[in-house]
Design a protein around this ligand. Structure first.
Ligand code: 5GW
Ligand code: MN
Length: 353
């Protein structure tokens, strides 16, 4: 064999060994990924929502800078609210009046120049709630911060003109009418997902998705910001979890078994960082559609899917029932302020079915 060929053979052999080592290395790490996915396949029968590891490193949530000129009441480490629980077992704060300093929080968030998006659906006769919703939002919701309201309606001509403060605006988005609310409801998560993908990325930082049949009575501001934010439902917060109206059929992707679940959260208000709410909307939509394929509609539609999601994906901040009360309910003593509340509605008047 001429010496040149010998060299070529050596080089080829060397490359082959190298490729072999590389292949072993890649397939090894691939196998780890596979087993991770297989774990979730195995739990499919329990109808768990698809899991995904999201790493959301937001500059807004990570570094909290105050100002040295600011003077405020000394925070106590031994005195505070004792009539309510202010932290979850996974150490997320539960926001109640008296647990936070609004001026301090606003000072921290002001230089971050954040924009908060709000989605609100006003389909059919629900358009009648919009004026009050928007007017009271101007008085109480993130006052002094940039807020962009996205109103989804089938009656764009009936959207009221509301005078907005600087940096705040309303965008009207058309959606088809429907005689069956469940159909619109089914598409709500999809619409939120699409809005985030097409309009909000690289523009808004946080998003809240709110019911239109409600109005603001008190401050709702920077204290509510967090990665994934859920609101405790006012109707069940003193109850045992066995009484929560979770979806109880194992065949549903919204299934929560007896003995499971933390709190009952409301579907009428949730939010957080854009990326977190995007994953929530996508997952709830996928589960909603998977249920529909086998003819299942969860007990409380998206609210059921939201509750399932929040049980597995723990909210990083929990808002007390101050953040969604109901006007027909008398105020309980631990609720020192009502910030946002569902108005009393005449179902026969407003609902198509
Ligand atoms: C909801 C239920 C039955 C029939 C119709 C609707 C309905 C809800 C509707 O026709 N139009 C509409 O825009 N919605 C939106 O869904 C509103 O934003 C509303 O706030 C939200 C949730 O429905 P709600 O408020 O009637 O549900 P609850 O549980 O707060 O009473
Ligand atoms: Mn409502």
């Amino acid at each position: 064999m001429p010496p040149l060929n010998g060299k070529i053979v050596t080089v080829v052999l060397f490359i082959a060994v190298l490729l072999g080592v590389l292949y072993c290395y890649i397939s090894q790490s691939y196998r780890v990924v596979l087993s991770f996915e297989e774990r979730f396949k195995a739990s499919d029968k329990e109808a768990r929502p698809p899991q995904e590891v999201v790493v959301t490193l937001s500059r807004h949530e990570l570094h909290l800078v105050s100002q040295d000129y600011l003077r405020y009441k000394q925070p106590s480490i031994v005195q505070g609210r004792t009539d309510v629980v202010t932290v979850t077992p996974w150490l997320a704060p539960v926001v109640w009046e008296g647990t936070f300093n609004p001026g301090l929080l606003d000072t921290i968030y002001r230089p971050k120049n954040i924009t908060v998006a709000v989605t609100v659906f006003a389909v059919g006769k629900y358009i009648m709630f919009l004026k009050n919703f928007l007017e009271t939002a101007e008085q109480h919701f993130f006052v002094g911060f940039r807020v962009h309201f996205y109103v989804f309606t089938d009656r764009p001509n009936e959207v009221p003109q509301i005078k907005m403060a600087a940096g705040r605006q309303v965008t009207v988005m058309s959606v088809p009418s429907s005689n069956r609310w469940q159909e619109i409801s089914a598409r709500r998560m999809e619409i939120i997902q699409t809005l985030i993908e097409q309009k909000l990325e690289n523009y808004c930082d946080y998003i809240f998705c709110l019911d239109v049949d409600s109005k603001f009575h008190g401050r709702w501001g920077t204290e509510s910001l967090g990665g994934l934010v859920a609101v405790i439902h006012p109707g069940y917060y003193r109850d045992e979890r066995s009484r929560f109206p979770y979806e109880r059929r194992p065949a549903s992707r919204a299934y929560v078994a007896h003995g499971e679940g933390d709190f009952y959260y409301c579907g009428g208000a949730f939010g957080g960082l854009l990326q977190e709410v995007h994953l929530l909307a996508r997952t709830c939509r996928e589960n909603f559609e998977a249920d529909a394929k086998v003819g299942i509609e969860a007990a409380w539609q998206e609210e059921s899917h939201l509750n399932r999601y929040m049980w597995i994906n723990k909210p990083s901040k929990v808002l007390s029932p101050e953040y969604l009360w109901q006007d027909f309910k008398s105020r309980n003593s631990e609720v020192q302020i009502i910030r946002f509340s569902g108005v009393v509605k005449n179902y026969a008047d407003i609902r198509p079915n």
